[in-house]
Each structure stands twice: as C-alpha cells, then as structure tokens.
Design a protein around this ligand. Structure first.
Ligand SMILES: Cc1cc2nc3c(=O)[nH]c(=O)nc-3n(C[C@H](O)[C@H](O)[C@H](O)COP(=O)(O)OP(=O)(O)OC[C@H]3O[C@@H](n4cnc5c(N)ncnc54)[C@H](O)[C@@H]3O)c2cc1C
Length: 374
C-alpha cells in the first residue's frame, strides 16, 4: 500500500518510543514517559480495533491479593517479593483513585473477601500470622478479618469460612481503559488501534519496526503485549493463560456485594449492580487454557456454572446473559517481568492476572529505565 505524506509525517513519523499494546501496561507507561519528559514523541499501537487481550476483558477487581494467593505467592517467590508486590498493588489502587474520580471508572470501595470450603481449625492462627506479616506494608494490624457471620447475609452457600478485607474494590474496566486512553491523547500521545507490529530490525541508533501500517523508526521499542509476547519473542518465558468469565441476568434481591476469591484466585466473582460476574476455573484444564484463542469452552463454562449454582446463586433465579474470555500473561515465579531483549528493545508484561492494581506502579519503573537508555 502506498503511504501519503500526511501519514508519513504523523502516524508513521520517527518516534522516540514506540509502545506495542494499548492495554493498561502500555497506556500507563506512555503516560509516565510523557510525565518524565513532555517532549517525547510516543506512539502506542494495538492490533485490535479494541485492545484485545486482558485489559478490556477482565473482571475489574482492584485487588492486592487474597490470603491463599498470598500464601502461595510467598511459597513461590519468597515472602519479601510477595510483600513488595502487595505494596505495589496497594499503591497502584491509590494511584488509580488519585488520577480518576470514582465516578469516572465506577470505582466501588466494596471490600474484598476470600471463601473457604474446608473446616480449618488453624485458619484463625494463619490469618493472625499473615496480618503480622502484612503490617509492614498495610500499616494495619487487621488487614484480614474472619467474617464467617457475613456468609449468610451475602447469600453465599456451602462455604465454611469467610475472610474479609476493606482494601479491595471493583472498577468498570471499560470505563477505566477509556479514561486512560483519553488521558493519553490529552497528554499528546498518539494511540492507534488496528495496527500490528510484525517484525523489527535494530541498528546502532534506531529500531525500524515493520507494522501493518508501514515502517516506523523509533529510538526505543517497548513490547506491552502481555500474553502474546511469545508471538514476537519466541524464547520468552511468559506463557499465555486464557481466563473465562460469565455474567448472569439481573437478579432481584441479590445480596452479594464485594469482590470475592476462592482457592488461590482460581475462582473469583463480584456483583455488577444486581448481576453476578464469575470467572476462573482455569485449573479444571490448565493445559487447554494455556492458549491465546479467544473463545469460551463448554468445559470451563460448565465448571463455572456448577460453582455459581452451588455457592453463589443457589437461592436465586437467573440465566447466563454473557460469556467471554481474555488472555493473561504468566511468568513461572508469578513475578512481573521487565526484560531487555537488546539495546533498544524491551518488554514489560506479565502482571500475572493482577494487572489492574500493579500496572500503574510497574509503569513508573519501566518509564524510568527506558528514559535512562534513550
Ligand atoms: C478473564 C480475566 C480476568 C481478569 N481479572 C482481573 C482482575 O479482576 N483484576 C486484575 O487486576 N487483573 C485481572 N486480570 C488481568 C489483567 O486484566 C491484566 O493483568 C492486565 O489487563 C494486563 O494488561 P496489559 O496491558 O499488560 O495487557 P493486555 O491488556 O493483554 O494488552 C496487550 C495488548 O497487546 C496487543 N498486541 C499483542 N500483540 C500485538 C502486536 N503484534 N501488535 C500490536 N498489538 C499487539 C493486544 O491486542 C492487546 O490489546 C484478568 C484477566 C483476564 C483475562
């Protein structure tokens, strides 16, 4: 396709930083870069007409971690690393609320919960120990509280225990992405949807990116492609993980209010007004869900429906209004990953299914390093 002079001098003009991926990671990083250096020329490209990965397809939990997930993270990455990530997520939630009004992104400071099915006589002691550990980052002696008395009033069934925290909230992920996109445009960042990065070539002083729009020269190339990184960097150790979700029809008298977790986050649900949004069940067939294919499957959806009926919706009448999936990026040790692939090419990805709260803070680190090297 031929290129007009107007395209050549705007969208296809040489850039200081070319960011691939207009999800939360790409947009927050672009904003941080602009804040650090307002004169930078930054272009964010996304191959989807709507960015099509995780950011527009998630569950909208602004969360910092539930007890079983934090125990599992501490076992995988060590307690200090777990605490550092929790701290970053807490700061991330604060940062989101500083930048956007609650009305703009439908932030609901509803609090978060984790449900347990097995009777565990040691739970109270383990929560007390976790609270002691968490105090250094939350500054609070009671980050988590045993709240079994709320199981019934929240309309939950077949659970034995409930742990609550006041720190979590829910957001409207679509409104959040649109608000971020608007900020980026106002800051003078170009954001172009429907354009894919295909390949690149690097020389001493620049990278020439081949995109579906044409060639774009840039001083720095940053890949914020999350679960799709392996398509561009085959030896990346980030793997895709599909997350599936369902949403019920409105339910009269729904008592559920909050963000809920079960089994290290393998099931998560919340109320969306008077509907129930439920996601997860990836552990039913982890191998099949390690994919970038964006469809739902009867196997996972049936597991979600069975869970919904048994634990959340038993007393209500509803049907399933909507089903969807999104693609996450996972690393082996569940730590976020900021990798230098060559002098001018880096990737910043893998918020491991928790990018809403983590990406605003990770973007600060990424932007600082990219600028130091440009
Ligand atoms: C079902 C589901 C539920 C989730 N629930 C939560 C939750 O409640 N709370 C939470 O914190 N996190 C949640 N997450 C995770 C969270 O959404 C992600 O951590 C976060 O959105 C990652 O943002 P990102 O910008 O790194 O990636 P993405 O949003 O995936 O963006 C990557 C972008 O790269 C683009 N791209 C890929 N390849 C190319 C290419 N070659 N050229 C151009 N563009 C390309 C894609 O189109 C995509 O838009 C969930 C994820 C899923 C899937």
């Amino acid at each position: 396709m031929s290129i007009s002079i107007w395209e050549k001098e705007t969208v296809l003009a040489p850039q200081d930083v070319l960011i691939i991926g207009a999800g939360v990671m790409g947009l927050w990083t672009a904003l941080e870069l602009k804040q650090l250096q307002p004169n930078l020329r930054i272009l964010v490209l996304d191959r989807g007409a709507i960015p099509t990965g995780a950011s527009y397809r998630n569950a909208g939990f602004a969360c910092f971690g539930s007890p079983t997930e934090l125990w599992s993270d501490a076992a995988t990455m060590g307690e200090d690393a777990m605490l550092h990530i929790v701290e970053q997520r807490i700061k991330g939630i604060e940062k989101i609320r500083k930048h956007f009004t609650d009305q703009e992104i439908d932030f609901d400071a509803c609090g978060g919960y984790e449900c347990f099915t097995e009777a565990d006589a040691t739970l109270a002691d383990r929560i007390a120990a976790l609270n002691t550990t968490m105090q250094s980052v939350t500054g609070n002696t009671n980050t988590f509280r045993i709240a079994n008395e709320q199981l019934k009033q929240l309309g939950l069934s077949n659970f034995n225990a409930l742990v609550s925290s006041t720190w979590e909230g829910g957001i409207h992920s679509g409104k959040y992405l649109q608000a971020l996109h608007k900020r980026a445009i106002v800051a003078g960042i170009q954001v172009v949807h429907g354009a894919a990065l295909l390949h690149w070539q690097e020389s001493n002083d620049q990278v020439v990116a081949e995109t579906s729009l044409g060639y774009i020269k840039t001083k720095q190339l940053l890949l914020c492609t999350n679960g799709f990184l392996q398509e561009l960097v085959p030896d990346s150790n980030t793997v895709p993980a599909r997350g599936q979700v369902l949403l019920t029809t409105p339910i009269e008298g729904l008592a559920l209010h909050g963000t809920f977790h079960f089994d290290e986050g393998f099931y998560y649900w919340r109320n969306l007004g008077n509907r129930i949004l439920l996601g997860g069940a990836r552990n039913v067939n982890k191998a099949a869900e390690q994919t970038t294919a964006l469809h739902t499957t009867p196997e996972i959806q049936s597991a979600l429906e069975a869970f919904l009926h048994k634990h959340i919706g038993a007393q209500y009448s509803y049907s399933i209004e909507q089903r969807w999936s999104g693609i996450m990026g996972f690393t082996k040790d569940k730590r976020p990953q900021f990798t230098q692939h060559s002098a001018r090419v880096r990737s910043a990805i893998a918020c491991n299914g928790m990018g809403v709260a983590l990406s605003p803070m990770m973007a600060e680190t990424v932007a600082t390093v990219v600028l130091q090297n440009s």
